[in-house]
Design a protein around this ligand. Structure first.
Ligand SMILES: Cc1cc2nc3c(=O)[nH]c(=O)nc-3n(C[C@H](O)[C@H](O)[C@H](O)COP(=O)(O)OP(=O)(O)OC[C@H]3O[C@@H](n4cnc5c(N)ncnc54)[C@H](O)[C@@H]3O)c2cc1C
Length: 214
């Protein structure tokens, strides 16, 4: 289906937020991703992007994506020159990394743009919730306002490579934290980071762990 860009804005030096208007209401659960098929590419090029926000509107739905633009990567050219009212092929919404529908306390952990699905989940759940987000430098931060606006969320924003007064220093270290026994963990990140966090969480006997690695 055709997704029309209704908003395009840089959130920091390399993360762009794109809001697409879609002509239909699609099944969606917080944590899922949309698949873009870059039809103008010479070789088949499809990319998955997590949805930060999903909204049903009069003419269908709107999805908000936050995409890290890697200079000279395959999709960079198309993302870089995209603008409002451009049209992209959106294949659909997919994914098994979704918010569990229960009242268990929830802990969300993500770095860089792996934050995106966690924002959608944290926004949705009414459970007791904590979010851990980390980047290297202050200039890499984005969506701090979204994080701060999520009701009843205890947030921990880590900057690992410089000191920032209102942020926590160093990387996320869950070994020093404690959580209720029935806490659920949602981890999104590269496989190395997620596997190491899972090891820490499992060593503390927590069992409800959901991950998205890429
Ligand atoms: C379920 C899922 C959800 C995702 N959600 C998001 C999301 O919300 N936001 C998001 O930004 N991405 C997300 N991704 C990743 C996204 O789908 C792409 O894989 C990513 O954007 C890289 O695609 P590309 O075309 O830019 O890079 P490609 O050209 O395909 O390059 C692949 C990899 O090669 C390396 N690489 C390529 N070019 C360069 C370069 N110039 N400099 C340094 N390294 C380079 C990088 O490691 C890069 O990731 C998600 C992926 C999955 C599977």
């Amino acid at each position: 289906m055709i997704g029309k860009i209704i908003s395009y804005q840089m959130l920091n030096h390399d993360v762009v937020e794109i809001i697409f208007q879609l002509p239909e209401v699609l099944n969606y659960k917080p944590g899922q991703w949309a698949l873009i098929d870059y039809k103008d590419a010479e070789q088949p090029l499809k990319r998955a992007y997590s949805i930060a926000e999903y909204k049903v509107v009069a003419q269908g739905c709107q999805i908000t994506l936050a995409i890290k633009m890697l200079e000279w990567s395959k999709s960079w050219w198309y993302l870089r020159q995209a603008k409002e009212w451009d049209e992209f092929e959106i294949v659909g919404i997919f994914g098994h990394f979704v918010l569990q529908e229960n009242n268990n306390p929830k802990v969300f952990v993500g770095t860089w743009t792996w934050l995106v699905p966690l924002i959608a989940m944290a926004n949705e759940t009414k459970s007791q919730k904590k979010l851990y987000f980390s980047v290297s430098y202050k200039s890499d931060l984005f969506y701090v306002d979204r994080i701060k606006n999520i009701e009843n969320l205890e947030s921990h924003i880590h900057i690992s490579r410089e000191e920032v007064e209102w942020c926590e220093p160093g990387r996320i270290d869950l070994s020093k934290e404690s959580f209720p026994d029935n806490a659920e963990f949602y981890l999104c990140g590269n496989p190395t980071v997620v596997n190491s966090l899972v090891e820490t969480i499992e060593s503390k006997w927590y069992k409800n762990i959901y991950t998205e690695k890429y």
